[in-house]
Design a protein around this ligand. Structure first.
Ligand code: BES
Ligand code: MN
Ligand code: ZN
Length: 497
């Protein structure tokens, strides 16, 4: 998909389709009013007939509007006339693109940048439009024998009026495209089933990134390497599986300057059966998505490379499969982590923290400026925050604040939970330094408490994306690509610091 900026006299532009908005109670937006005037109040008369009220979600295609050069006009409902919320703006854009996607239109001119959105400027609107458009047209059917039709839409032009900062608008398009590409990459990986997307597959995807971008290098640690290092916690998770576990290290160097790296550590459980603490059948569905953290690291680094961000990133994928089996780890087994701390594995289904704790200790050797882990870590975060906010826990408030702000800017938001000492007691074990579970209460926090014992040497934030990275709604299951937009925004903000 191509995106371009366009300006000029709206009624004279010979496009296949112009997309304009109407508010509730038949109020036209500024650009729609231009067409109304040009067409001698054709739109106003039509609206009086009540074909479309202007609610968000409604749309209406008009053909051969008098005195308008474009072949079609798409009227899109924009809700009440007021400053829109970021969410409403995205809903409107999504609806417009989906409507365009069902037609034979190859090139459309979107004129909805005249809407005002609370606390956001034109560049933000353009960037979000690019992201939402590509998001709305996303399909995952590489594994279906009957390929559904590709949408005809090939180009979207974005209409601007008056004096605009062209450079910042072009930059917004570029960023939006790179983010959308990263999101798509993450979703494609996440949507693959675990018989295809194995730990080895994730490693090979990381290697392909290194082939594609000169700024990226990849190194893969095998189980034997991890054994030599003493990663007893990580290896405990893979013991029941026939798939070889991998610790994938990706380095992105976008600058020649010596710079302490930003480390991104992703949980990459390609399938989580729970291990011997087996999940019930119904809860096991969706567990191919337990590698979304790792997929997010890949998508974020791809975007950084695409945008040539002048920063240094280390990405670590902790990739393994959690299976029961004759040699699987058993409840009450005690292992020694890379940090030297011992762990009593009371529940083999709390495996994410086991692979992550060793990956987090391993990342120390890169002397990172900050470490962010991304993990579908707990069902508890879904109970606490539902599917709209990512759970955020950090041992350094300025880092938490940066991520919260990046979440708001990108509309890929997180909500912080506390990391208070009081919760640490829940991890006590009578036989080891700690248990890997902390009971039913405060599950997001106790899982973070567990990780915090391995992150004392650096500024660290943990993103629990179990509710936001993938969703299940009845028969529909899908990855969202979150939190790639938040993390890219975080990186962009860091570049400007
Ligand atoms: N991968 C799951 C968490 C999860 C649950 C992700 C639902 C997405 C949707 C994780 O490994 C897990 O099983 N966590 C346990 C932890 C418990 C045993 C302390 C959970 O949340 O039940
Ligand atoms: Mn689990
Ligand atoms: Zn898991």
């Amino acid at each position: 998909m191509k995106f371009r900026l366009e300006h000029g006299a709206l009624d004279k532009l010979a496009h296949e389709c112009l997309v304009v908005g109407i508010h509730e109670n038949h109020e036209l937006t500024a650009n729609a009013e231009k067409l109304n005037k040009a067409s001698r109040a054709y739109l106003a008369q039509l609206l009086k007939k009540g074909e479309i009220q202007g609610k968000i979600g409604q749309f209406l295609f008009l053909y051969q509007v008098p005195h308008v050069s474009a072949e079609r006009v798409l009227l899109v409902g924009c809700g009440e006339k007021k400053d829109l919320s970021a969410r409403d703006f995205r809903r409107i854009m999504g609806c417009a693109t989906k409507a365009l996607g069902t037609t034979k239109i190859t090139k459309a001119l979107i004129c909805l940048t005249d809407l005002t959105v609370m606390q956001h400027d034109l560049a933000w609107k353009i960037k979000q439009t690019v992201e939402v458009c590509l998001e709305s047209l996303y399909q995952f059917n590489s594994l279906k024998s009957a390929k559904s039709d590709h949408p005809s839409l090939k180009q979207i032009d974005l209409f601007t009026t008056g004096k605009v900062n062209l450079k910042s608008c072009e930059e917004a398009i570029k960023q939006g495209l790179a983010i959308a590409k990263g999101v798509e990459f993450t979703k494609n990986l996440a949507n693959l089933p675990s018989n295809i997307c194995t730990p080895s597959y994730l490693a090979s995807e990381a290697k392909s990134l290194a082939k594609k971008y000169k700024t990226i290098q990849t190194k893969v640690l095998e189980e034997a390497d991890m054994k030599k290092l003493g990663m007893g916690a990580f290896l405990a998770v893979t013991k029941g599986s026939k798939e070889a576990a991998k610790l994938v290290c990706i380095e992105y160097k976008g600058t020649q300057k010596k710079q302490a790296p930003i480390a991104l550590v992703g949980k990459g459980i390609t399938f989580d059966t729970g291990g011997l603490s087996l999940k019930p059948a119904d809860s096991m569905v969706g567990m191919k998505y337990d590698m979304c953290g790792a997929a997010t690291v890949l998508g974020t680094i791809q975007t950084a490379a695409e945008l040539k961000l002048p920063i240094h990133i280390i990405g670590i994928l902790a990739a393994a499969e959690n299976m029961p089996g004759g040699s699987a780890t058993k409840p009450e087994d005690i292992v020694t982590s890379l940090s030297g701390q011992t762990i009593e594995i009371m529940n083999t289904d709390a495996e994410g923290r086991l692979v992550l704790c060793d990956a987090l200790t391993y990342v120390e050797r890169y002397k990172p400026s900050v470490v962010i882990d991304i993990a579908t870590l707990t069902g508890a975060v879904v109970i606490a925050l539902g599917h709209h906010a990512t759970g955020l826990v950090s041992n350094y408030q300025p880092l938490a604040d940066e991520l919260l702000a990046a979440g708001i800017k990108s509309h890929d938001r997180a909500w912080q939970l506390p990391l208070w000492e009081e919760y640490q007691d829940q991890l006590k074990s009578p036989f080891a330094d700690m248990s890997n579970v902390g009971g039913r209460s405060g599950g997001v926090i106790t899982s973070s408490c567990f990780l915090s014992r391995f992150t004392k040497k650096f500024h660290w934030a943990h993103l629990d994306v179990a509710g936001t990275a993938a969703m299940m709604m009845g028969n529909d299951r899908f990855a969202t690509g979150r939190p790639v937009p938040m993390l890219v925004q975080f990186l962009l903000d860091r570049c400007h610091k």
